[in-house]
Design a protein. Structure first.
Length: 358
């Protein structure tokens, strides 16, 4: 869903956009310029858990500001990422027995090359979202439409690798992604990373091609959220297809699921305002306990601070709850967080988005 202008009521929020952009530029632009000078990589996971966050940050900031400098940087980084695609290097997926138009890795499959759905989703969702933003803005479209078309094609080719991974069930309204390597369903975040790419492609093409699959994955996730007495939701990293899971997902992987839920809500898919309110309670009551005390999991107890900056990647919730936006802005100013170069820019971009219309 593309953005409509609005205004938060507080003076703090109104004073933030320029500061957020200045900090964003100061941290991210040198990182992008450094990244595109590096040689191509054969490890798609390194891109998925690194440069994809920076690309997403550029595209979210482009959506928030419509400043063409972010379009230029997004195209530059996307082109560098595309050069590392398996079919550009003649690298064969050993489980699909084909050279895939996506980014394989050997780091998570005992040395054998495999294209993971989560890596595809993380990498191409911002490419497709770039196309959606450009196509819906006359000024951007005038200069960047060919780049938007090209990157959308890259995204469509990559997600097509996973067409046969999708399964319906186990519930009548559910769906999930199956892994050839694991020989079972994927963890929630791995499924929903690809679903975010499907959503972005549908936005860019203005068609509902993937909506049923996205809806089924959203139902699969919602049925595995556990409502708690404090008004929050908790959930497991890898719940079974059927039956209960009592564990808790780490807050870093959970950020992918939270972002997916917010995006679905904004498009009228499965998740309600009440669901987002429960996620707000999860963040403020169970995760972000204090500036120096961030729970490792959505459960809210046990180890702390392993994934501390990751709370910023829950930032799309700030479009819907000003108190979250202001709390995360305050958190982003902490000295150690302010030096972070992967999660911080994406968080700042989320916090720059205008408020959602309810």
């Amino acid at each position: 869903m593309l953005l409509l202008p609005g205004a938060f009521p507080s003076a703090l929020a109104q004073d933030q956009p320029t500061d957020l952009r200045e900090r964003f530029d100061r941290v991210l632009i040198p990182a992008i310029e450094n990244a595109v000078r590096q040689p191509v990589t054969q490890q798609g996971g390194e891109i998925a858990w690194g440069e994809s966050y920076r690309l997403a940050a550029l595209v979210e900031m482009l959506d928030a500001t419509r400043d063409p400098k972010y379009a230029e940087l997004a195209v530059k980084l996307s082109d560098w990422i595309t050069m590392s695609r398996d079919d550009r290097q003649g690298l064969r997926d050993e489980f699909r027995d084909t050279v895939a138009s996506a980014w394989g890795s050997t780091n998570y499959s005992k040395g054998a090359r495999y294209v993971w759905a989560v890596h595809t989703g993380m990498i191409v969702a911002p490419m497709a979202r770039f196309a959606a933003v450009v196509r819906n803005d006359p000024r951007l479209r005038e200069k960047w439409s060919k780049d938007a078309d090209r990157l959308l094609k890259v995204a469509q080719e990559a997600v097509a690798v996973h067409d046969t991974d999708f399964r319906e069930g186990p519930g009548g309204d559910e769906g999930y992604l199956h892994s050839l390597y694991l020989k079972k369903h994927l963890p929630l975040n791995m499924q929903n990373a690809l679903a975010r790419a499907w959503l972005a492609i549908d936005d860019a093409t203005n068609t509902p091609k993937h909506r049923e699959r996205v809806t089924r994955l959203a139902q699969f996730l919602k049925h595995r959220l556990r409502p708690m007495d404090d008004g929050s939701y908790v959930w497991a990293y890898w719940p079974p297809l059927e039956g209960r899971a009592d564990s808790f997902e780490d807050i870093s992987h959970a950020a992918i699921n939270v972002d997916f839920m917010v995006l679905c809500h904004e498009q009228g898919i499965v998740f309600t305002r009440e669901d987002l309110g429960r996620l707000k309670q999860t963040l403020l009551k169970r995760v972000l306990l204090a500036d120096d005390r961030v729970s490792d999991t959505v459960g809210g107890w046990g180890p702390i601070n392993t994934y501390r900056p990751a709370v910023l990647r829950w930032g799309r919730l700030g479009r819907h709850f000003p108190e979250i936006r202001e709390r995360l802005i305050q958190f982003s100013h902490l000295p150690d967080i302010g030096r972070e170069v992967t999660t911080l820019p994406l968080g700042l971009a989320y916090l720059s988005l205008p408020p959602a219309t309810q």
